[in-house]
Design a protein around this ligand. Structure first.
Ligand code: ZN
Length: 185
């Protein structure tokens, strides 16, 4: 399934790469958009597994992984808001995990997350210097990557590429199931 690559971030992200060409920097192959999307889906399945883990722990099911330029998963996170506090979203947890190994500068890495990042996480993505974000379900209530507004379209000094809709149906279904069960409980 194709994601809606490049719909939001139309400016050149620099270093000679352009979202307009469909280049998806999860790994270093060239001219392989189809393969890249499959690759993004593969990482999204890892993020979905973490989201399911969150659901089992009674947390809103969101999961995230950080992937380095070689395609290795270097950070994993899931929502821990109930367990810890409101800053412990899947994205911040995955960034923290990756930073423990690589230091706080995560340039060259991408973040793959099951739900569109909120303003806090979009800010963390910028501060961690991640290259790109791939998300599953759009969030029309709190999304900061196009759902409500797009932080990455602001004239900040860094560019982050944003690709939405990766395995969107699965990501959305997981969230829907969780809230349905919560309402029935
Ligand atoms: Zn967040």
């Amino acid at each position: 399934m194709a994601g809606t690559a490049g719909n939001y971030n139309t400016k050149s992200p620099g270093r000679g790469k352009s979202v307009a060409t469909g280049e998806i920097p999860l790994y270093n192959r060239k001219n392989a958009k189809e393969a890249a999307e499959t690759e993004a889906e593969r990482y999204m399945r890892e993020a979905l597994a973490l989201a399911r883990e969150a659901a089992l722990a009674g947390e809103t099911p969101v999961g995230a992984v950080v992937v380095d330029a070689q395609g290795r998963i270097v950070g994993r996170g899931r929502n821990r808001t109930e367990e810890i506090d409101a800053t412990c979203h899947a994205e911040t947890e995955a960034i923290r995990d990756a930073s423990a190994k690589l230091g706080w500068r995560l340039g060259g890495c991408c973040l793959v997350v099951t739900m569109e990042p909120c303003p806090m996480c979009a800010g963390a993505i910028l501060n961690a210097r991640l290259d790109a974000v791939y998300y599953g379900a759009r969030d029309s209530r709190a999304g900061a990557c196009g759902g409500v507004f797009n932080l990455f379209m602001e004239p900040l000094d860094r560019r982050v590429r944003v690709y939405g809709g990766i395995l969107e149906a699965e990501c959305r279904e997981l969230l829907g199931d969780f809230f349905r069960q919560k309402r029935q409980a």
